[in-house]
Design a protein around this ligand. Sequence first.
Ligand code: TYM
Length: 326
Amino acid sequence: MTTQRVFSGIQPTGVAHLGNFLGAIKNYVRMQDGHDAVYCIVDLHAVTVPQDPAELRASTLRMGQLLMAAGLDPERCILFVQSQVPQHSQLGWLMETTVSYGELSRMTQFKDKSDRNEFISSALFTYPALQAADILLYDTNFVPVGDDQRQHLELARDAAQRFNSRFGETFVVPEHVIPPVAARIMDLQRPNDKMSKSAEAENGVVMILEDLKSIEKKFKRAVTDSEDEVRFDRENKPGISNLLEILSAVTDKNPVVLAEDYTQYGQLKIDTAEAVISVLQPIQERFAELAADPAETQRLLTIGAEKAREIASVVYERARNNMGFL
Ligand code: TYM
C-alpha cells in the first residue's frame, strides 16, 4: 500500500492559541508518523486582510519556529511557506474558475471576517478557492483541521470532484480529519464563542507562547456556571465542558470519565491549567532556542519549499494540461 498524504495549513498572523494547538497542531505532529505529511504556513491567506509587511515577515518566521518547537520535524515532514511555492497562486486561479460565486457567498468565515474588516478584499471572498488549491496540489488524502474549517473542506472536495468530472481524473478528493475532542476550543471568558486569534476578550484566549503564570490566572478566572456539578454537557455547561475538553485533549482521557473525578470547579481549573502548562512549557523552551537562530529556521523552510515545489509542479502541470492550456 502506498503511504497516504496528509496536508494542512495554518495562518502566520494573529497569536497562535490553545485552540490551534489542540485542534490542529497536535494532530499535525501525530500524523507525521505513518504518513507522508506536508504542512504549510499560509501567508497568501494572511494577506486577504490588511497586513503590515515587516510584521508579516516576522510572524511567518515565528510560526515556522513555533511549529518546529511543537514537534514538526523537517526530517519527517515537509514544512514550508506558501508564497515560496508559486503553484499555490497558479492553481488558486484555476480553482476560482471551478467554484461558484454562490458557493463562496455561503462561507460563514467570509461573513464573519467581512463584518469585522473595513476593507473587504476580493481575495477574502475567493479565499476558499486558494485553500482548495493548497490541498489539491499535493494529491492529499487527509486534512487535519479544527471544526471551523469543515465548510472550506467540503468546498475543496466539491471543487475536486467538479474539476475531475469536467476535465478527467486530475485531483485526489481529500477527506478532513477533525478530532473527536478539542475540534472547537472555546474562549475561556465567553464559552459560547470559539477561541480565536482575533478575539477581543484577551482573557479568554490562551496563547501558546504566553507567560505560564498568566496562563494559570486565565484558567482560574475561566467563566463557568452557577451550578456546582462537574458534568460533560457542551450545550448546558459550555464553560465546564470546555475545561474538560481541554484537559481531555492534553491527557488523552475521555472527558466524560474525567468529569467523574471532580466535585469542585476550582480543582478542575487548577488541574487543567497544570496539564496545559506541562505541554506548553517544553514547547516554549524549544521555541526560545530556535528563535536564537532565525537563519537556521529560514534555511529549513527553504528546503521545505523546494521539496513542496517538486510535488506541486507535477500536479499543477496535470491540471494545466487537462484544462487545455497550450
Ligand atoms: P487558521 O490559521 O485559522 O487555524 C489553524 C488551525 O487551527 C484550527 N483552530 C481551532 N481548533 C480548535 N479550536 C479552536 N478554537 C480553533 N481555532 C482554530 C483551525 O481549524 C485550523 O485547522 N483556512 C485555514 C488555513 C488553511 C488551510 C489550508 C487549512 C489554508 N489552506 C489547507 C487546511 C488545508 C485557517 O485559516 O486556519
